[in-house]
Design a protein around this ligand. Sequence first.
Ligand code: UDP
Length: 440
Amino acid sequence: QETNQKPHVVVIPSPGMGHLIPVVEFAKLLHHHHHFSISLLLPSSSPPTTAQTTFLSALPPAISLTFLPRVDSSLIPSNVAHEVTIHLTHFHCLSHVRSALSSLTNVVALVTDLFGTDYFDVAREFNVPPYMYFTTNAFCLLSFFHMPKLHETVSCEYRDMVEPLVLPGCVPLYGKDFVDPARDRQDEAYRVFLYQIKRYVLAEGIFENTFLDLEPGAIHALKTEDPNRPEIYPVGPIIKSDLGGEANEGLECLSWLDQQPPGSVLFVCFGSGGTLSNEQINELAIGLENSGQRFLWVVRAPSNSSQDSFFTQGSDKDDSFGFLPKGCLDRIKNRGLLVPSWAPQLKVLSHKSTGGFLSHCGWNSTLESIVYGLPMIAWPLYAEQRMSAVLLNEGIKVALRPKAKESGVVEADEIARVVKELMEGGEGKKAREKMKELSE
Ligand code: UDP
């Protein structure tokens, strides 16, 4: 009863741990700084994973959690891009959100994320102002605002554009580095993407998980380029507020880290859902081995889809590492530790022995690396990660980037070279200094 009388904010993240974590952290701050009570409504089309359940079980009392009725999987075609799955999941939850809004009183705002723009209309039906929490960088948001015009003026696939897109205050962005759904203009994912981003102007305001010193150019452009855009609020960096997980989570890797020299370990992790092909895992294993550096690697079984674990992240998979090159485990055992599937990333990044982060450049991972001042190796896989890699490598200059062969595979020699450079070389030193500055 009491929660119903306080100013109330309805918060709806997109499915997937990579959306859930940042949106919930934002909701916690809305409560912490402004005393709103929060209704967290969760749309989904698959059962919650162990990692999600653990995360949700630690919500503060001011956030009341409602799992919306699960969308029948028969309503979502198999083999569609995950943007389409998310879009359809939201679409089939509109009526549930409508009934939730009609049963709540004193709702002062609805906040959703980048794929939830259909909820804007439902919010307006109840005279509730709709906001977006854009969980990634300003460079990306700015490119989205330019996309509809690009759609009108460019006829080829964006990857075939000769000239890069030059956004005010930003490094040039080639079409090959655009976000995933803009990589194939014939795909349903592109249609869904354009539909969503054209609706961004309907928001009352957009909160962004970035900060002025990180992206001054893009933020300035977002605020000044077009008076018809919603107000932009750079409120980042927002990362998980506690180091997360259960007390004994990842004990093995933390006590291993305790035994390593300060700043000596490269943490290797591809986010909550990233996976590599068999060939690429082999090259990475040999590259890490040959780099001569210490490393802690969150290893997932190989898959040919780079985001195979997106909706199942944290589930226990093969931990025998039988897919790694023969003899590899024995040869690295004094220098490298492999962890199956999931590690307590924040605890690892904040550990004094960790000195660098080989990351898929998911935005949460990136901000976590910035907060703890760790230089990066950018290894983008999907979503907006190539764009973030360009920003980190060419723009802010806090990440090194290995070169892939034409086939897309990064070879062991190149991996060994870049890892060594990051941990011991001059480029690594510069990136580390810049990261320290940002961290401060
Ligand atoms: N994460 C973690 N342990 C893992 C993998 C990921 O704790 O083994 C956390 C990480 O700290 C981050 C989030 O999961 O907060 C991943 O978000 P990000 O935006 O980096 O990537 P995504 O999972 O969305 O691709």
